[in-house]
Write a new protein. Structure first.
Length: 332
């Protein structure tokens, strides 16, 4: 085995060089002598050896053939921090594929699809890697065609104490999530597509409570919609109810459109503080008529100018009469 590390100052490798279809190895027996061999490099990788710094490893196999392994660094993907103005594409990764959702600049749903690749769960390593790369190509090509950035979850797969929620524990023990995310980031970097990373907490819960039944989505594309909106800087409005139905010590049970979910008190507090819009303060004025009960669309505030109350027929004028003698009322 022979290994040679690249040198950035020399823009390549000083001992083992790859030049088009030739492999040159420095001959230690004499100064300036090179051992020349033939090597096939695919056309899409040839430019990497012209300008970048690369490492090369040569390994002699028992059958007499030579295995050549070359590695090089690629630039890190652009992680966006600002709010995109043209919409986003949210991605929710899963063991059998990923949910893909495109949103408009105001955060509304435009398109959704599920890119399925079931073979990656049980195929051999080479077939699995091929399917993951093909999946990343389809995702990034969709982002290129729409001209919108990709929004992915910021997941940390470092060893140590696992995060508390169930979804992350499942993903941590399934390396396919990391493979798909790494493939999407790498492909997006080469294609010049911006990648935005967001906090992954409560994306599945909010998608299930708010959007799954509304848009007839599955749970993965519903979570991808929440991810896309979060990448654009939108917080979710609480249009689901919270009732205390859990056991002692548990938080409220959130009831949405056909779905419900019970959280702990700590998780419910975190969800309210970080990912939900604050509820609007209700009006506290007195009713217009004593004993008037408000309906669903009722309000306890006063009517706008030149609009009449549907119950009493009274109209609030823009310029009320200031002379008390004309109304028969005593002045102030």
């Amino acid at each position: 085995m022979l290994y040679s590390c690249g040198d950035r100052t020399k823009k390549g490798n000083s001992n083992i060089r790859i030049m088009r279809d030739k492999l040159l190895v420095n001959d230690p027996s004499g100064r300036g002598l090179w051992i020349e061999g033939q090597l096939h490099i695919p056309a899409k990788f040839r430019k990497e050896f012209d300008s970048s710094c690369y490492d090369v490893r040569l390994k002699l196999k028992p059958d007499g053939s030579m295995q050549v392994t070359a590695t090089w660094e690629t630039p890190t993907p652009r992680i966006g921090t600002g709010n995109p103005t043209r919409g986003t594409i949210g991605i929710d990764t899963n063991p059998d594929g990923c949910g893909l959702v495109e949103t408009s600049p105001d955060g509304n749903l435009l398109h959704h699809q599920y890119e399925r690749a079931e073979r990656i769960q049980f195929a051999s390593a080479n077939k699995r890697d091929h399917d993951v790369r093909e999946l990343a190509i389809r995702v990034v090509d969709h982002a290129i065609s729409t001209g919108k950035p990709l929004v992915v979850e910021h997941l940390s797969f470092k060893k140590g104490k696992p995060r508390g929620y169930k979804k992350f524990r499942r993903m941590r023990h399934n390396f396919l999530h990391k493979k798909i995310l790494d493939a999407v980031r790498s492909r997006a970097t080469r294609a010049g597509v911006e990648v935005i990373e967001v906090e992954p907490a409560f994306t599945s819960i909010l998608g299930k409570l708010k959007y799954q039944a509304m848009y007839s989505l599955n749970r993965h594309t519903a979570a991808a919609l929440v991810i896309a909106r979060r990448g654009a800087g939108f917080k979710e409005r609480q249009d689901f109810t919270d009732t205390l139905k859990g056991k002692r010590g548990e938080g409220p049970t959130l009831e949405g459109r056909g779905h419900s979910h019970t959280l702990s008190r700590k998780a419910w507090s975190w969800l309210q503080d970080c990912f939900l819009k604050p509820k609007p303060v209700s009006l506290t004025g007195t009713p217009l008529v004593p004993g008037l009960k408000l309906g669903i669309e009722g309000s306890v505030g006063e009517n706008p100018a030149d609009e009449s109350c549907p119950t009493t027929g009274r109209t609030r004028r823009q310029n009320p009469i200031k002379d008390p003698s004309l109304t028969g009322m005593k002045g102030p």
